[in-house]
Each structure stands twice: as C-alpha cells, then as structure tokens.
Design a protein around this ligand. Sequence first.
Ligand code: MV4
Length: 503
Amino acid sequence: MSKLDLNITKILVANRGEIALRIMRSAKEMDIKTVAVFSEADRNALHVRYADEAICIGPAPSNQSYLVGEKIIAACKTTGAQAIHPGYGFLSENSGFAKAVADAGLILIGPTPQAMEIMGNKLSAKAAALKYNIPMVPGTEEAITDLSEAKLRAVEVGFPILIKAAAGGGGKGMRIVEKVDDFEEQMHLAVSEATSAFGDGAVFIERYVTSPRHIEIQVLGDTHGNIVHLFERECSIQRRHQKVVEEAPSAVLTPEIREKMGKCAVDVARSVNYVGAGTVEFILDENLDFFFLEMNTRLQVEHPVTEMITGLDLVKEQIKIARGEVLSFKQEDLKINGHAVELRVYAEDPLNNFLPDIGTLQTYRTPKGNGVRVDDGFEEGMEIPIYYDPMIAKLITYGANRTEAIARMVRAIDEYDITGIQTTLSFGKFVMQHEAFTSGKFDTHFVSKYFNADSLKEDDEQEALLAAITGVLLLQKDKGKIVTATQNTAQTSNWTKNRKNYN
Ligand code: MV4
C-alpha cells in the first residue's frame, strides 16, 4: 500500500452463502473488518456468524433484501463500511447500483458503472471490442429492426444461425434457426422472450457454431491502466446454461492459442478501460478457432480453479485494486501450475431431471486431504432455503496434472457425505469417469449427449453386481468361515455405501 491508496478498513459483503464467506475470509487475512447483510431466511447462516457485524435487510425474497440497493447502501452508513463487495449474482452487474454506490461516496469492489453498462449488452460489448482486432462470429452488428433485411443477412451468414437477445443471459431469448423458412417465427419468439425476460426486445444474429467449447479468460485490471490475463477456464460441461464442471487449464488449448486468446481478452477489457476482476467469454470451434461472445463484469462462481493454478487470491487482488494499488505482477510473471477441477454441488436430484431438492442437511461431512478445497456456506443440520440458488457448495480439486486432479475429484466425491437431500455429487462422478471427459474430447453438448438418469442407475447396479460377485468369491475362498456382508440399507450415506469390506 502506498500513501496515495484508499484506506479500506471495513467491507460490507452484499451477498450470502459460500461466496459471502469466501470474500470475508480474504478480508480477514488482510486485516479488514467485515459486515454481513442477511434476509430473514438467513438469520442463522454461516456468513452472518462469520462477519464482525451483521445487519438484517428484509424478508426472504431477494427482491425485498439482497437486491435492494438502498438497503445495502444504508447498511454501509450504519456500520461505517467504506466499500462493498457484491460477489456474483444479485447486484454484482447492476450498473445503476454501481452508480448509486459511487454517488453515496462508497467504493464498489468491481468495475466502473460505464464498463458494466457497455458489457451488460452483447451488442455494445461487441461494438467496443471491434476497436481491436477481436475474432467474432459473423452476424449482425446491430439490433434487428427490419425483418426482410435480417433474413437476407441470415442467408449471407449461412444456416444454421442463432438469434440472441442483446440484453440476454442464461440462454434466454436464444433461438437456433435451421433454415430460412423458420426465420420469421423464431425471430418473433426470441423477441417476445427477450422482452418478457429483460424488458428489452433487441435481438441480433450470429452464425451458429454447432459443437463449441465454452472457454473463458480471467482478467484483472488496475486503476493505472495495467491489465493482465490469468489464463483460461474450460466451462463446456453445463446443463441448460447452468455450468456444472469447470477446469483450468483447458485440455485442448495449445500455448499459442492460449497466448492469442489471452491477448484478445486483455484487449476486450482495455476497450472499456476495465478495472477489477472480469471474465471474457469465447467459444472455440472444432478447428480451435475462437470467437469473442461477451464479458462478465464480476467475480465468477468458478474463479477458484484459476486461483489454484496461478496461486493468486482473486478477492485479495480485487480489494487491492479497489484501494488503488498497482498490480504487483506483470503478464510475464504469471504461469500455470498444475491443474484444477471444480464441481458445483447443487441441491438437485439428478435421477429426477435435476429437480431442486429442499430439506435439511441431515449429514454433512466434507472431503478433506491433499489437493481438496471446499467452498461452502452450510453446516450439518441446516436447511437449504428455497428462496435462493440451490448451489450448496463448490468442490475444487487440484493436482500436478489433469489426471491427478480428476482422480482427486472422484476420491473427494466419494468422501463427501450428504444425506437428507439429493445432490449432484453422483452426477459429478459420472462426468469424471466418462471417457469423453477424461479424454478431453467434449463440447457444450456433453450432458445432453451422454447423460440420462439411467447412467447413474447403471452405475449403481454395476456396483451392486460387483459387490455380489465379490461376496461369492469371498465365500468360496473362505469356505467354512463366516463372512459378514456390508450392512447396506437404502438409508445409508455415501460414506457407508462406498465402504468396501475391510472388516
Ligand atoms: C453461441 C453458441 C454457438 N454459436 N453462439 C450460450 C450462452 C451464451 N453465453 C452464449 N451461448 C452460446 N452462444 C454462437 N454463435 C453456443 C452457445 C451455447 C449454447 C447454445 C445453445 C444451447 C446450449 C449452449 C450451451 C453453451 C453455449
């Protein structure tokens, strides 16, 4: 810290769950006090207990609590917090909130409202990136206003094409159009979906890349104009636009492509004078050609895999940037060390179409040991509230190489003991053991292509069969002796279910 840097002694964390805790831990290591805000549903939440102070900001629904900017700013005034960390989701990419924070004389740990606003719209994001020579998917550079003009452009670009909402996120307002005859109908559907989801019906078209990988680059920019990238994260394993498994680095990038993509990401960030942590999203086609899609102006859920391979603490970097410090490293100081994989553990039932599963964590024991990190916000006995995102935890494993990171993930999944609710742990194990994943030959269609509930049932049946065969073999070997079988019941936890006979 230099004399010119802003003095931040207390940070308000405008979030809940695992990310609120994760942010407070870094603040604590920097000797900065923390303030939690919480809804009435989160009175007993871990982030409330962890913080030095906590303020209730309203009823359970997030539009009456975590999404109400005025209440958060008021909580800063009450507690004397000078800065706000918004985490991800909620107000993290709301440029109106960012403006209000600045107007209140507070520091938002994040980019400027201007950068948020430009990147919050895919068309203005692409327009900004055009200033640099960034590869983009061919399509329209502006919102479609004239249907017949758009149709002509679609034919020029070539089918299949993708209609996207400029304001969009999470695949909403996105329609694939296979042939020119379907264009008009899909166009109307996309516009009405975009209007109802975002209050903005602006749509544009792009050529549809049929088997893409979704690869994103982490960037950091300081307030002195320095911008670096922290390499890529591979995020192709997703289900209905919900990421499930992420890893760093990607199994398919060559050092040359990595460097090119990294430079492009830095340029995209530079196009809006980006400050803070951000993520530049690309798709990569079968020829390993990449195209810029959009930029996320927040700390992302999957940031830990980048921390594992770079040795950096991204939240600390965000705080130092907010204080006005110069980045303490240059691009050439950064290198990739080892490999990291993250599994998002959701309270969802993979055997029942990933239906959210609510209830109490009757058993909750996290995996431990070498190369395992768990970012969570729950304890045994707690209830998963229905009001918020169903993500319980992020399980992150690290290894010297991809094979070791994956083996550790399988081991950690087996050690993770959760009863009382269904989780995506078993689904994660399915991914880790699938040949397409282990070989690295997969794209964004992995889940729809390879997964159905029977894949998990088969796995269970195979384990049961194996156990039965083992039993028979043991019986034959130890003829005359009594063999005790594992006392498996339907109620047993993962821990017991996976226990082999060592007794
Ligand atoms: C694409 C694409 C293929 N071609 N753009 C999905 C979310 C948003 N961030 C961008 N997304 C995509 N954009 C072009 N030009 C493929 C995706 C995509 C996807 C599309 C349809 C169904 C599932 C998908 C999963 C991941 C990415």
